[in-house]
Design a protein around this ligand. Structure first.
Ligand code: ADP
Ligand code: MG
Length: 342
């Protein structure tokens, strides 16, 4: 009897050893590129459902674009902007995002204000016809910047008659979350998307190691200043180098507007990266903390430990939250400091 057991055990052991010895075949990624929301997007997914997931993700991206676009005449946002103060029935996505815009306005003391759009347009950031508006034009437009007067009730949105909104600060973050959900539903266990400055990962790399995401040096955007290791996280950067122009006065102006004065936010930061599990939150906060500037951003981060951040100051220092100590490789030569939190 014993002999039989020993023989069976040896056979099982041998089978286990042989299967261990064979190298697991490296999984190949399914990939897809999409141009949408004014951005070049790349998606990569691993697993049996990858192709189906990418197809569904692409459909979802274009669905979101058609609801949220500020330029397509029949999008939800265009209908809200031309409603002259009337309540407008919108899709669940739009209601959720406009509601998030109102919520983050409150949460960031007005730094994020989705109704700053007419000011942004006056500077030419929406069209590429850049100009420095005169101060009386800005003052007039600022009267209708109304983040606190945006209301969402069920599936209807209402904003003041002379105001207009755009979701440029939030849409790609939410899109990232939606793509992660689609990947999961289709059985994808590992995937990575890059939507402009927004990177978001599902799980870790197929071999179980972390994804390594480069963060651009705002002073030299062709190079990375650091690499962050993540799994199941979004990494969202707002930088002053993304959409900017040099005016006749020799100054450079960029597309993140401080709702306090209607000018490109210039409060000490030139790049803000937020790392967290929700793309929407990371996107909202990358823009908002850029507007807040060096001091207020650090105060905000001290009170909100559910996200990590990498900040770059205009005098060339890199500040990062303590949760990134083991996760960040600084590759450039910028002096760095840890933002300590309790
Ligand atoms: P990007 O779109 O380059 O990834 P952001 O996520 O920082 O960068 O979003 C910038 C966009 O957000 C702008 O193009 C504009 O549409 C909008 N925006 C600019 N300033 C603000 C602001 N203070 N609050 C809300 N939205 C803003
Ligand atoms: Mg943003």
């Amino acid at each position: 009897m014993n002999r039989y057991i020993t023989a069976a055990l040896s056979a099982a052991l041998l089978a286990a050893l042989t299967s261990c010895a064979a190298e697991p075949a490296p999984q190949t990624a399914s990939e897809r590129d999409v141009f949408a929301m004014d951005t070049f997007m790349t998606m990569k997914a691993y697993g049996d459902g990858a192709d189906k997931a990418l197809e569904a993700a692409e459909t979802r991206i274009f669905e979101l674009e058609s609801e949220l676009s500020v330029t397509e005449a029949d999008s939800d946002i265009s209908r809200i902007n031309s409603a002259k103060g009337a309540a407008v029935e919108v899709s669940p996505d739009t209601a959720l995002l406009v509601g998030a815009g109102a919520q983050y306005w409150q949460d960031t003391a007005g730094a994020l204000d989705i109704s700053v759009y007419p000011v942004l347009r006056e500077w030419g950031f929406t069209t590429g016809e850049y100009k420095v508006p005169d101060s009386s034009t800005i003052a007039k437009l600022l009267k209708n910047v109304c983040g606190g007067e945006i209301s969402v009730s069920g599936s209807t949105v209402q904003i003041p008659a002379d105001s207009e909104i755009d979701l440029g600060a939030l849409a790609k973050g939410y899109t990232g979350d939606e793509i992660m959900a689609i990947f999961r539903e289709n059985g994808v266990s590992s995937g990575l998307v890059s939507l402009g400055g927004n990177v978001q990962a599902l799980g870790s790399k197929p071999d179980g190691s972390d994804w390594r995401i480069g963060i651009k040096d705002p002073f030299s955007p062709d190079e990375n200043m650091c690499v962050v290791s993540i799994a199941d996280k979004a990494v969202v950067t707002s930088g002053n180098y993304e959409r900017c122009f040099e005016a006749d006065d020799g100054k450079v102006y960029w597309h993140i507007i401080d709702p306090a004065d209607g000018c490109p936010a210039d409060n000490g930061l030139v790049s803000v990266t937020i790392i967290g599990s929700k793309g929407l939150q990371c996107d909202a906060l990358s823009t908002a903390l850029f507007v807040m500037g060096t001091d207020k951003a650090q105060t905000y981060l001290a009170d909100h430990t559910d996200v990590e951040a990498v900040l770059v100051t205009d005098d060339g220092s890199l500040l990062y939250t303590d949760g990134l100590r083991e996760k960040l490789d600084i590759t450039g030569d910028m002096p760095s400091e840890v933002i300590a939190r309790d």
